[in-house]
Design a protein around this ligand. Structure first.
Ligand code: 5GP
Length: 194
């Protein structure tokens, strides 16, 4: 997605060979115009998948997920990150190791929000090692529902997540795929659309 790639090039700060900071439009301050376009692009890419619900994880997944939900005319639910390991009634949980925070979170969703009849589109801001996406897929599976796809705003294609998630057979669509962050430079995986 060209507008997103341009925004990454103008605003993205390469913190290291593996971490990109995008706090001017995605991870802290958010750009509503770009977010609307992101939602429309996800909508286009998943409109034929029979999606009935969108699932993301707090907090940075919420904005792109709600925009995609608006476009696909379905409800959106976000998994909560919980510190306590105490189980509560009516929750589906999964363990997710956070790439940026280097800690394990138990994430949870109220079981009433994902039903066995649902076909769920999972959306997240970044795909790095795939732990967040796989944790969300685990929640969908535990709910007895189907995963209809995974939509990612920024995939770091040099990390393992893309391969791990695609290996499950699920359709993965990333709006920007970064090939490398080496030397402080962002380079994208070439696409047919450019
Ligand atoms: P994964 O679970 O795929 O290893 O990592 C995905 C999560 O880690 C995303 O939800 C995102 O919050 C965070 N993340 C991973 N890599 C980056 C990065 O380079 N920059 C930022 N800002 N967040 C990242």
């Amino acid at each position: 997605m060209k507008a997103l790639q341009e925004k990454i090039l103008t605003d993205g700060i390469v913190l290291s060979d593996t971490v990109l900071k995008v706090d001017t439009f995605l991870n802290h301050q958010m750009d509503p115009v770009l977010m609307k376009e992101i939602g429309e692009e996800f909508g286009k890419r998943f409109e034929k998948e029979g999606i009935t619900k969108i699932l993301t994880i707090e907090s940075s997944g919420i904005a792109p997920a709600i925009m995609a939900a608006l476009k696909l005319n379905v409800e959106m639910v976000f998994a909560r990150k919980r510190k306590s390991l105490t189980l509560q009634d009516g929750l589906i949980t999964s363990k997710v190791y956070s790439f940026t925070k280097k800690e394990e979170n138990e994430i949870s969703v109220a079981e009433k929000f994902i039903l066995p009849i649902d076909r769920v589109l999972i959306i997240d801001d970044f795909l790095a090692n795939g732990q967040a996406a796989l944790g969300l897929m685990d929640i969908v599976k535990k709910a007895g529902a189907d995963v209809g796809g995974v939509g990612i705003v920024i995939e770091k294609a040099f990390q393992d997540g893309g391969r791990l998630v695609r290996e499950t057979g699920v359709k993965v669509e990333s709006l920007a795929r970064i090939e490398s962050l080496k030397g402080g430079q962002v380079t994208f995986v070439p696409t047919k659309q450019g």
